[in-house]
Design a protein around this ligand. Structure first.
Ligand SMILES: [Zn+2]
Length: 184
Protein backbone atom coordinates (compact mmCIF):
# COMPACT_ATOMS: atom_id res chain seq x y z
CA UNK A 1 0.00 0.00 0.00
CA UNK A 2 1.06 3.53 -0.69
CA UNK A 3 1.38 5.92 2.20
CA UNK A 4 0.36 8.88 0.08
CA UNK A 5 -2.50 10.84 1.63
CA UNK A 6 -5.70 11.35 -0.33
CA UNK A 7 -5.13 14.36 -2.60
CA UNK A 8 -6.85 17.63 -1.75
CA UNK A 9 -6.74 18.72 -5.41
CA UNK A 10 -7.44 16.07 -8.01
CA UNK A 11 -7.91 16.88 -11.71
CA UNK A 12 -10.94 14.68 -12.28
CA UNK A 13 -10.92 14.75 -16.07
CA UNK A 14 -7.24 13.91 -16.38
CA UNK A 15 -7.65 11.17 -13.75
CA UNK A 16 -10.66 9.69 -15.54
CA UNK A 17 -9.15 9.79 -19.03
CA UNK A 18 -5.93 8.20 -17.78
CA UNK A 19 -7.97 5.56 -15.90
CA UNK A 20 -6.00 6.59 -12.88
CA UNK A 21 -5.80 4.54 -9.70
CA UNK A 22 -4.88 5.88 -6.29
CA UNK A 23 -5.11 4.13 -2.95
CA UNK A 24 -3.90 4.67 0.54
CA UNK A 25 -4.14 4.10 4.28
CA UNK A 26 -4.57 7.46 5.95
CA UNK A 27 -4.35 7.88 9.72
CA UNK A 28 -7.87 8.57 11.00
CA UNK A 29 -6.74 11.67 12.90
CA UNK A 30 -6.14 13.40 9.57
CA UNK A 31 -9.92 13.45 9.02
CA UNK A 32 -11.12 16.17 11.37
CA UNK A 33 -14.85 15.63 10.85
CA UNK A 34 -14.50 11.90 11.51
CA UNK A 35 -12.58 12.68 14.69
CA UNK A 36 -15.49 14.93 15.69
CA UNK A 37 -17.95 12.12 14.99
CA UNK A 38 -16.05 9.89 17.40
CA UNK A 39 -16.72 12.48 20.11
CA UNK A 40 -15.02 11.52 23.37
CA UNK A 41 -13.50 8.29 22.22
CA UNK A 42 -9.86 7.79 21.50
CA UNK A 43 -9.23 7.98 17.80
CA UNK A 44 -6.93 5.53 16.17
CA UNK A 45 -6.93 3.36 13.12
CA UNK A 46 -6.78 3.94 9.42
CA UNK A 47 -8.99 5.14 6.62
CA UNK A 48 -8.33 2.73 3.76
CA UNK A 49 -9.41 4.17 0.42
CA UNK A 50 -9.24 3.28 -3.24
CA UNK A 51 -10.10 5.69 -6.09
CA UNK A 52 -10.29 4.72 -9.74
CA UNK A 53 -10.95 6.95 -12.71
CA UNK A 54 -12.86 5.83 -15.78
CA UNK A 55 -14.34 7.41 -18.89
CA UNK A 56 -17.31 6.31 -20.97
CA UNK A 57 -19.11 7.63 -24.04
CA UNK A 58 -22.56 9.10 -23.67
CA UNK A 59 -25.34 8.72 -26.25
CA UNK A 60 -24.12 11.78 -28.17
CA UNK A 61 -20.54 10.57 -28.37
CA UNK A 62 -19.32 12.88 -25.63
CA UNK A 63 -16.96 11.76 -22.89
CA UNK A 64 -18.26 11.06 -19.41
CA UNK A 65 -15.84 11.14 -16.48
CA UNK A 66 -16.31 8.74 -13.58
CA UNK A 67 -14.74 8.22 -10.20
CA UNK A 68 -15.20 4.95 -8.35
CA UNK A 69 -14.47 5.26 -4.66
CA UNK A 70 -14.15 2.63 -1.93
CA UNK A 71 -13.56 3.50 1.70
CA UNK A 72 -13.13 1.25 4.71
CA UNK A 73 -12.54 2.27 8.29
CA UNK A 74 -13.84 1.76 11.81
CA UNK A 75 -15.12 4.58 13.97
CA UNK A 76 -15.70 4.54 17.71
CA UNK A 77 -19.18 5.97 18.22
CA UNK A 78 -21.29 6.34 21.33
CA UNK A 79 -24.14 3.85 21.68
CA UNK A 80 -27.32 5.84 22.30
CA UNK A 81 -28.80 3.06 24.44
CA UNK A 82 -26.01 2.26 26.91
CA UNK A 83 -23.71 5.23 26.16
CA UNK A 84 -20.84 2.80 25.78
CA UNK A 85 -18.23 2.68 23.06
CA UNK A 86 -19.44 1.20 19.82
CA UNK A 87 -16.90 0.28 17.17
CA UNK A 88 -18.73 0.89 13.92
CA UNK A 89 -17.35 -0.70 10.73
CA UNK A 90 -17.58 1.47 7.63
CA UNK A 91 -17.43 -0.08 4.16
CA UNK A 92 -18.53 2.35 1.46
CA UNK A 93 -18.51 1.94 -2.28
CA UNK A 94 -19.73 4.83 -4.44
CA UNK A 95 -19.70 5.85 -8.08
CA UNK A 96 -19.56 9.50 -9.13
CA UNK A 97 -20.26 10.84 -12.58
CA UNK A 98 -19.09 14.31 -13.47
CA UNK A 99 -20.97 16.85 -15.58
CA UNK A 100 -20.15 20.34 -16.84
CA UNK A 101 -22.18 22.53 -14.51
CA UNK A 102 -24.21 22.74 -11.32
CA UNK A 103 -27.62 22.91 -13.04
CA UNK A 104 -26.96 19.69 -14.94
CA UNK A 105 -25.63 18.04 -11.80
CA UNK A 106 -28.74 18.94 -9.79
CA UNK A 107 -31.07 17.85 -12.56
CA UNK A 108 -29.37 14.49 -13.18
CA UNK A 109 -28.56 13.64 -9.57
CA UNK A 110 -32.30 13.24 -8.89
CA UNK A 111 -32.75 10.53 -11.49
CA UNK A 112 -29.37 8.81 -11.49
CA UNK A 113 -28.28 5.84 -9.46
CA UNK A 114 -24.77 7.26 -9.25
CA UNK A 115 -23.93 10.58 -7.61
CA UNK A 116 -23.57 13.41 -10.09
CA UNK A 117 -20.99 16.08 -9.36
CA UNK A 118 -19.62 19.06 -11.23
CA UNK A 119 -16.41 18.42 -13.10
CA UNK A 120 -13.48 20.15 -11.46
CA UNK A 121 -9.73 20.27 -11.83
CA UNK A 122 -9.23 20.39 -8.07
CA UNK A 123 -11.50 17.85 -6.41
CA UNK A 124 -10.85 17.53 -2.69
CA UNK A 125 -10.70 13.75 -2.52
CA UNK A 126 -10.04 13.66 1.21
CA UNK A 127 -13.16 15.72 1.82
CA UNK A 128 -15.19 13.48 -0.48
CA UNK A 129 -13.99 10.39 1.41
CA UNK A 130 -14.96 12.09 4.66
CA UNK A 131 -18.42 13.00 3.31
CA UNK A 132 -19.13 9.43 2.26
CA UNK A 133 -18.05 7.97 5.60
CA UNK A 134 -20.22 10.47 7.49
CA UNK A 135 -23.21 9.75 5.25
CA UNK A 136 -22.86 6.03 5.95
CA UNK A 137 -23.02 6.43 9.73
CA UNK A 138 -26.23 5.52 11.56
CA UNK A 139 -28.39 8.44 12.68
CA UNK A 140 -28.78 6.82 16.11
CA UNK A 141 -25.84 4.43 16.71
CA UNK A 142 -26.74 1.47 18.91
CA UNK A 143 -25.20 -1.88 19.78
CA UNK A 144 -27.16 -4.83 18.45
CA UNK A 145 -26.68 -6.21 21.96
CA UNK A 146 -25.42 -3.78 24.54
CA UNK A 147 -22.57 -5.27 26.59
CA UNK A 148 -24.23 -4.15 29.83
CA UNK A 149 -27.88 -3.73 30.60
CA UNK A 150 -28.85 -0.08 30.70
CA UNK A 151 -29.59 1.07 34.20
CA UNK A 152 -33.28 0.64 34.89
CA UNK A 153 -35.24 1.16 38.04
CA UNK A 154 -36.79 -2.27 37.71
CA UNK A 155 -35.52 -5.12 39.86
CA UNK A 156 -34.23 -8.41 38.52
CA UNK A 157 -37.51 -10.09 39.42
CA UNK A 158 -39.30 -7.82 37.03
CA UNK A 159 -37.03 -8.89 34.21
CA UNK A 160 -37.96 -12.55 34.74
CA UNK A 161 -41.66 -11.97 34.89
CA UNK A 162 -43.39 -12.20 31.52
CA UNK A 163 -45.05 -9.02 30.38
CA UNK A 164 -48.78 -9.02 31.18
CA UNK A 165 -50.88 -9.88 28.19
CA UNK A 166 -53.38 -7.22 27.18
CA UNK A 167 -57.01 -8.16 27.44
CA UNK A 168 -57.95 -9.85 24.12
CA UNK A 169 -60.69 -7.32 23.44
CA UNK A 170 -58.56 -4.31 24.29
CA UNK A 171 -56.89 -4.37 20.91
CA UNK A 172 -60.21 -4.84 19.12
CA UNK A 173 -61.75 -1.88 20.89
CA UNK A 174 -59.11 0.42 19.50
CA UNK A 175 -59.73 -0.68 15.92
CA UNK A 176 -62.25 1.27 13.95
CA UNK A 177 -63.53 -1.28 11.52
CA UNK A 178 -65.24 0.03 8.40
CA UNK A 179 -68.82 -1.20 8.20
CA UNK A 180 -69.18 -3.93 5.65
CA UNK A 181 -71.95 -2.93 3.26
CA UNK A 182 -70.89 -5.17 0.42
CA UNK A 183 -73.04 -8.14 1.49
CA UNK A 184 -76.04 -8.00 -0.75
ZN1 LIG B 1 -24.98 -0.11 23.75
Amino acid sequence: MTTRPAPRRLDVQAFALAQGHLEGDDPLERYERLVDAAADHAVDGLVTWDARGASTRDALGGTQCWLHLKVQTRLALTCQRCLGRLLWPVDVERAFRFVADEATAEEQDETSEEDVLVLTADLDLQSLIEDEVLLSLPYIPRHADCPEQPTLSATDEDFDRPAPKPHPFAALASLKLPRDKSSG
